[in-house]
Design a binder for this molecule. Structure first.
Ligand SMILES: Nc1ncnc2c1ncn2[C@@H]1O[C@H](COP(=O)(O)OP(=O)(O)OP(=O)(O)O)[C@@H](O)[C@H]1O
Length: 520
């Protein structure tokens, strides 16, 4: 759960100006990278191949604009689409320019956080009003677990969406277009709104409605112009229509606007990414283009060749390894593809948490992942939240989960059944208000399989981390293993096409390796 803060006061230019720090020395960039990072163009479009330094250039440009105009005290905003991408961009900015680079008012944000910030400003200023006159909202990632929420997949189902009636936020029923956790009953939905509670989806719906109305759009433009000198949007091909509309607004408000991306790496279809709209935006708004072509990631002729073949839509055949531990990481499109692989692959998640037993087993996985790799499993915090637990407390009491893992070690069905009983007791000890209910037979079989999969991995001398391509985006390793379904092998043989989503996933997977990519 994230609290939507009203950041107007924090961002107001009338508040304390940021500390001026000495500009650090810049690292060597290629002439293409330098031209892109230092351009004085007010609208810049940096289009680049994988490993050619998009994030490097984004971080460089952040500091160039931040430190080269000391008289303008408005913020520089580095924007990306997911928390992990935002984290990577912020880390690169700090590494390049020091931690002061992101001191107030300068920020690295997700687009979703920017939407929340704009909404909070509009509510504070009473440009629009929320049910119950809330000016601060609790913005959830999902409706899941909230009163009235259920999984909706049938086209005949209606879900509630947030709309603007005049300048007041209300709700409306619409048919389901994609399956998700939603609220169908007007009463439940509006009770949440009246309590100041919504998800990022409702925030996006309201901001989209605001931007469609000229007088309200003008208020957003005024807010952004008053607070923001420049925006730098990394991975712009992951933007949805609303994100692109905000970019358009910033550019037309004369805010320095830099967008950076590679059309081959657009992966966020589930968030409504519209990569095909980026060229139109760039052309209509008169962005100056800066290609960045030389790749620094690929250290071997084999990797340079694979990246070239992929972009040229030519067939690719990968070597197969029988020993996945020679890889630094193993990637797959879906979590299931990793769990059906060799036991030396330890995937960092089982995927979506559908019930409390899923969540409890995810905590066991977290304990195992922490032990092997020294960091959390993916969705571990969500698992704790679903069980009504604080992630820090779960981690502090890790020995309890460690003991449950030990009961699993014999890797038998009896051991797995005993582990579930032990897990119930541990959740009670940790203070979980939830109880693991008995599941239907099919569900229980899935959970026992998961526990046995954990047990087999506990008994491996070496394990290698497995993650999905979405998690790996923006990152790199020396040797990368891929778990491919037959249909994906066929796609590689046929030659990848940029306009196919599944092919772009394969492209991102192939291009994470510096030295070698193999099938395993
Ligand atoms: N001019 C340069 N000289 C040396 N190394 C560089 C240079 N520019 C980038 N690199 C290195 O190349 C690697 C890839 O850079 P970066 O991650 O910025 O590329 P990217 O285009 O964002 O990658 P991708 O989109 O494929 O994730 C990094 O290890 C980075 O440090």
């Amino acid at each position: 759960m994230s609290r939507c803060l009203n950041t107007w006061q924090r961002c107001s230019i009338s508040s304390t100006p940021p500390q001026r720090t000495t500009m650090p020395t810049r690292s060597p960039l290629t002439s293409e990278q330098r031209a892109a990072a230092t351009t004085t163009a007010n609208r810049a479009f940096i289009v680049a191949a994988p490993g050619s330094g998009k994030t490097t250039v984004a971080a460089e440009r952040f500091g160039v604009i931040r430190y080269d105009t000391p008289t303008d005290l408005r913020r520089i905003l580095a924007l990306s689409f997911t928390r992990s991408a935002r984290g990577e961009l912020a880390a690169r900015i700090r590494r390049r320019w020091g931690s002061g680079a992101l001191s107030w008012p300068h920020q690295a944000l997700t687009l979703d956080t920017l939407h929340c910030e704009i909404l909070a400003f509009l509510l504070r200023r009473q440009v629009i009003s929320w049910m119950g006159d809330h000016t601060e909202l609790t913005v959830l990632d999902t409706w899941r677990g909230q009163t009235g929420a259920r999984w909706m997949s049938k086209e005949m189902d209606y879900r509630r969406i947030a709309v603007l009636h005049g300048t007041t936020v209300g709700s409306h029923g619409v048919k389901i277009t994609r399956p998700d956790y939603n609220i169908g009953a007007k009463r439940h939905f509006e009770e949440h709104l009246a309590a100041g509670r919504c998800t990022h989806t409702e925030v996006r719906q309201i901001i989209a409605a605001v931007l469609r109305r000229a007088e309200l759009r003008m208020e957003v433009a005024k807010y952004l112009t008053a607070t923001t000198k420049a925006i730098i949007v990394d991975e712009v091909f992951d933007a949805n229509e609303l994100d692109l509309e905000l970019v358009r607004l910033a550019a037309s408000a004369r805010i320095s606007t830099t967008v950076i991306g590679d059309p081959w790496q657009a992966l966020y279809d589930f968030r409504g990414a519209r990569p095909e709209l980026v060229p139109q935006l760039v052309e209509h708004e008169g962005f100056e283009s800066f290609p960045v072509s030389a790749s620094f990631r690929f250290e071997t002729p084999a990797m340079i060749g694979i990246a070239e073949l992929a972009r040229a839509h030519r067939p690719i055949a990968l070597d197969v390894t029988n020993d996945a531990t020679e890889c630094n990481v193993v990637l797959a499109h879906r979590w299931d593809n990793l769990w059906t692989g060799p036991d030396c692959i330890l995937p960092l998640s089982f995927g979506r948490l559908d019930n409390q037993t899923d969540a409890a087993i995810a905590l066991l996985l977290d304990r195992l992942v922490q032990g092997h790799f020294g960091h959390a499993a993916i969705y571990a915090d969500e698992a704790a939240a679903l069980l009504g637990l604080e992630p820090d407390i779960v981690r502090a009491e890790g020995a309890l989960l460690g003991a449950v893992l030990e009961t699993l070690r014999p890797a038998t069905t009896q051991a797995a059944t005993a582990a579930i009983t032990a897990l119930r007791a541990v959740l009670r000890l940790l203070g979980s208000p939830r109880q693991l209910r008995r599941m239907p037979e099919a569900g229980e079989a899935v959970q026992l399989d998961r526990l046995l999969a954990l047990a087999r991995r506990m008994n491996q001398p070496h394990v290698v981390a497995g993650m999905t391509v979405h998690q790996a985006k923006g990152r790199e390793w020396p040797v990368v293993g891929l778990r491919l379904a037959d249909v994906e092998v066929a796609r590689l043989t046929a030659g990848l096409k940029q306009e196919r989503f599944d092919d772009r996933v394969l492209y991102v997977a192939l291009t994470r390796a510096a030295k070698k990519v193999v099938r395993c």
